[in-house]
Design a protein around this ligand. Structure first.
Ligand SMILES: Cc1ncc(C[n+]2csc(CCOP(=O)(O)OP(=O)(O)O)c2C)c(N)n1
Ligand SMILES: [Mg+2]
Length: 297
């Protein structure tokens, strides 16, 4: 069969065990559609290691290595080193971990890997809590959010950790934010990241209807609202010091982002005002660092 007529291999086949509306599945689908079949995925404990299913009925057709919770980055770097020794300089090694596996428990190995500038692409799909074990707060959970460990009587007060800033401080070749709500932007960033050597990090916003308490059909809409309200701005950092905004959304208040999500339902007016203030401050801080955005819209 000639190359032209051979059917393209599906990398994400039907039959996953994710919840309806799961943003993390959209994140993987969008990612693999750009990276292609010459990819090895390293994943860790989290929703993805469950929703992938049980071999031989797993929903990904690329090789997948499932590792201990903290080990995603180090195992990915080890696989890349092995491939290099074999003379393989083409396979993308993708480390794919949740916010708990990145911001918290996988943090030290990730820092070690990017400090050595090991040649991997690390994607954190961020659903802002430990979802697979029942919606516990992580350092990616935003202030004001309900989780099962920050109940309404004691919702989270601390702000979300800024992982891209931390990755940029390691002076890696490429770090970026992206969202399942902006697939074209994500595609461009993945294409860029795929062709850069060294450590690349993408912080990928992935809504979670189960944990965020929103309707399953609103996952993409909620992700879009996070961009529009500047709660989750899209930007890139090259070499740790060239910051580039990906889009310049019109200023829109946080209310449109909060209103569909049960996890923010109990916020008082004062808490919303505080959130708006933090979003405005963070935005200004980002703008001060950035060059002119590529596109307006
Ligand atoms: C060392 C260790 N501690 C705790 C767990 C239990 N555990 C499995 S998945 C998970 C939550 C992961 O959260 P996150 O990385 O954000 O991914 P998500 O579940 O949200 O997709 C936890 C705490 C574990 N598997 N290993
Ligand atoms: Mg999570």
């Amino acid at each position: 069969m000639s190359e032209q007529i051979r059917a393209k291999r599906e990398l994400f086949i039907p039959g996953h065990y994710g919840c309806p509306g799961c943003g993390a599945t959209v994140a993987m689908q969008q990612t693999l559609s750009v990276l292609g079949e010459d990819t090895i995925v390293v994943m860790t404990a989290g929703c993805w290691s469950s929703l992938i299913g049980i071999y031989p009925y797993t929903c990904l057709t690329v090789p997948v290595v499932s590792v201990a919770f903290g080990a995603t980055a180090s195992v990915a770097a080890g696989i890349k080193a092995g491939l290099t020794i074999q003379g393989n300089d083409h396979t993308t090694v993708l480390a794919f971990a949740g916010d708990g596996g990145t911001f918290d428990i996988g943090f030290q190995p990730l820092s070690g890997v990017v400090e050595r500038n090991d040649d991997i692409l690390f994607i954190c799909y961020d659903n802002e809590a430990y979802m697979n074990t029942g919606i516990q707060r992580s350092s990616a959970t935003p202030a004001g959010a309900w989780t099962t460990t920050t109940p309404d009587s004691a919702r989270k007060g601390q702000r979300k950790k800024n992982m891209v800033e931390i990755m940029a401080a390691h002076r890696i070749p490429y770090a970026a934010t992206a969202s399942i709500g902006a697939p074209e932007d994500l595609k461009e960033k993945l294409e860029k990241a795929k062709n850069i050597k060294g450590s690349r990090f993408i912080h990928l916003f992935a809504s979670c209807p189960t944990g965020w308490r929103h309707a399953t059909e609103l996952s993409i809409e909620v992700a879009r609202q996070a961009i529009k309200s500047r709660v989750f701005p899209l930007y890139e950092v090259f070499g740790g010091d060239t910051w580039q905004l990906s889009s310049m959304p019109e200023k829109e208040g946080v209310d449109a982002y909060l209103k569909h999500q049960g996890r923010f339902k109990k916020m008082s007016v004062e808490e919303r005002d505080r959130m708006q203030m933090r979003v405005d401050d963070d935005w200004q801080r980002l703008i001060n660092r950035c060059q002119a955005p590529r596109a307006v819209g």
